[in-house]
Structures are given as C-alpha cells and as structure tokens.
Design a protein around this ligand. Structure first.
Ligand SMILES: [Fe+2]
Length: 179
C-alpha cells in the first residue's frame, strides 16, 4: 500500500505495478484537452479530445511528485505532447521515470540549445536546471511517467506558449522524426 507523502512524512515506493494507487490517492488532478492546447500543435486539435492528465501528491517543502498520463494519438502528423515549461527557479532540475509506454522528453535552453531523450519503461531522464522540458507520446499505448522536482521550482508556461519549442516531433511515413 502506498502511503502518500501528504499523509505523513514517510518513505514512498511507486512502481510500474502500483502507480494506479498513486493516481487514486492523488490530491490534485489536472486534465488537458485539445482546447487547452490550442496553438501548440502545427494543426489545431479537436477541442474535446483528451491529450493528457496529471496527478499530483502534495508534499511539504521538498520533492514534489507528479504522474503524467499522456494519451496516444496525433494532431495531424504531430504526436500528442504536453505543453512544456521552464522552471521559474533556474536552479531547479527535474527527473522523469517512465512506467509505461514509449515516448521522449525534448528539452531546450533560452539560449537555443536543444536535446532529446527517448524513454521506455524503466528509463529515467534527467533534466538539468535551465532546460525547458516537454514529453511526447510516440507509441500506441498510454505514455506514463513520474516527474520529481523541487517543490519551489515554479512553472513558466508563458515563454513556451509565446515562442514554442525549437524542435517538434512528427510521424513521417511511420518514422518518429524530431524536426
Ligand atoms: Fe518541470
């Protein structure tokens, strides 16, 4: 049984087997539909289509945990993705652990450096401080990953909404292409 970090200060183990319990006990649930991602994709998504959900556990002044369920699918030939953000605190990094599915995290700095890390179950991606990050589901199943980051990170979504990501991920004749 998972004892959530908001119930008491207690070690927590979250695994590819028990993460549904984390979902059921999470204290905050966000949904992002096509209408919430208007302007993010090359083509406009259907307003009502569910693209991703985020489940958060409350923590007190240490590491926050959020589980993202990114639905499979594409908008045109662009794979489903999260909005992506920089951290307001430029000293705050993040780690993603993949539990299910297949995808990648794409990253960039404000100076224009870019990178990407493919993720499959059991894989971990480390996002250094100063790097914006977005996840993409390149598979046919749900892409599920747990994010761990300092609770004081803060989120800057506006920079991405205004300027977008330098690199995007498309299905080009059955091949995953980062362009
Ligand atoms: Fe983040």
């Amino acid at each position: 049984m998972i004892i959530m970090p908001d119930e008491k200060t207690w070690p927590v183990s979250i695994t590819p087997d028990n993460y549904p319990e984390f979902i059921s006990k999470s204290s905050k649930h966000l949904t992002r539909k096509g209408e919430d991602l208007a302007g993010y994709f090359k083509e406009e998504p259907e307003p009502e289509v569910l693209i991703y959900e985020v489940y958060e556990a409350e923590t007190e002044g240490h590491i926050k945990m959020a589980l993202t369920v990114l639905k499979p699918g594409k908008v045109g030939n662009e794979f489903h993705m999260t909005k992506g953000h920089y951290h307001e605190d430029d000293k705050a990094g993040e780690a993603y652990v993949c539990f299910r599915g297949q995808g990648m995290v794409i990253m960039q700095t404000r100076e224009g450096k870019t990178d990407e890390i493919p993720l499959k179950p059991g894989g971990l991606a480390y996002i250094p401080p100063g790097w914006a990050h977005r996840t993409i589901n390149t598979g046919s199943d749900e892409f599920i990953m747990l994010a761990l980051y300092p609770e004081t990170s803060g989120h800057d979504y506006d920079s991405i909404q205004e300027k977008g990501f330098i690199k995007r991920v498309f299905d080009m004749d059955g091949q995953v292409q980062v362009i």
